[in-house]
Design a protein around this ligand. Structure first.
Ligand SMILES: [Zn+2]
Length: 271
């Protein structure tokens, strides 16, 4: 997605999770996540209030799904166009998608429910009609009905049908794992952005170094939707974060990863 001028802007203002050691009075620790910033606000499902849970439906595109004005995924086909050429069966694909959503359910007070109707689903997953990058997410906000902050109206997740896909890690960074990719896109679809090049699932490098959510991912999801009771311990997460990678880390650290090739809404700069 390098060089697409339409995908630009708002990460600039999403400074919440960025380390700033230059601030003398109160140096901020890198928290390992960054909230999506759309129209100068963080965004989430159902209510703008942070740490309040939500239930979100998802469906697979069953036809050409056209979304006027979408920066990403403006035209989507059924997702089998993306995974069938890689020899992946429908049941396997749907299990991987469910497992990807479960990662977020396991740590935050957000529930995902699969439905059949791609016209009414909150999140629609499909194959790009016009292949680009690897996978993208489009996050659309509801019109400002109530005064104050907007909430997410619909998210689209689209996979490039011209790229190979796989189930599971095998060290080949040219072929992306579906579960990891969908989990990353789902993170965008619920309001998270890229915190750093590497180190978190929401980082924009695909590197197969970790399979599940990392401390920053968990922290971000918990901030938006509330921590799942019985979920991972935060004290453990905090200690991991201080020794983990940071957004300001040298680029050389991430040489082994591949750029994810992902955008979220109108906000993500080309990467
Ligand atoms: Zn991304």
């Amino acid at each position: 997605m390098r060089g697409n001028p339409r995908i630009a802007i708002a990460i600039v203002t999403a400074s919440l999770a960025i380390a700033s050691s230059a601030s003398a009075a109160e140096p901020k620790r890198f928290l390992g996540f960054r909230l999506l910033d759309l129209e100068n606000q963080s965004v989430k499902w159902e209510t703008p209030r942070q740490r309040v849970g939500a239930t979100v439906t998802y469906a697979f595109a069953t036809k050409l799904v056209t979304t006027e004005g979408a920066r990403n995924c403006g035209q989507m086909l059924p997702p089998d166009k993306a995974y069938t050429p890689s020899g992946i069966a429908q049941g396997e694909f749907e299990r991987e998608v469910a497992a990807a959503f479960r990662m977020w359910e396991d740590v935050a007070d957000i529930k995902f429910r699969k439905i059949d109707d791609d016209d009414t689903a909150d999140i629609v997953i499909g194959a790009q009609a016009v292949p680009v990058g690897r996978a993208f997410t489009n996050v659309e906000l509801k019109p400002a009905g109530e005064p104050g902050r907007k909430v997410i109206a619909r998210s689209l997740i689209c996979l490039n049908p011209a790229q190979p896909w796989k189930v599971g890690f095998d060290g080949d960074l040219d072929v992306y794992d579906l579960r990891y990719t969908i989990a990353h896109e789902a993170g965008h679809a619920i309001g998270l952005d890229h915190p750093s090049p590497a180190g978190q699932l929401m980082s924009y490098k695909y590197d197969e170094r970790h399979q599940g959510l990392q401390p920053g991912d968990i922290r971000g999801a918990a901030l938006l939707y509330g921590a799942r009771s019985g979920g991972p311990s935060f004290s453990r997460a905090a200690s991991d974060i201080t020794t983990g990678s940071t957004g300001a880390g040298p680029a050389g650290e991430t040489k082994q990863g591949r750029d994810f090739g992902i955008g979220a809404g109108p906000d993500t700069p080309p990467r």
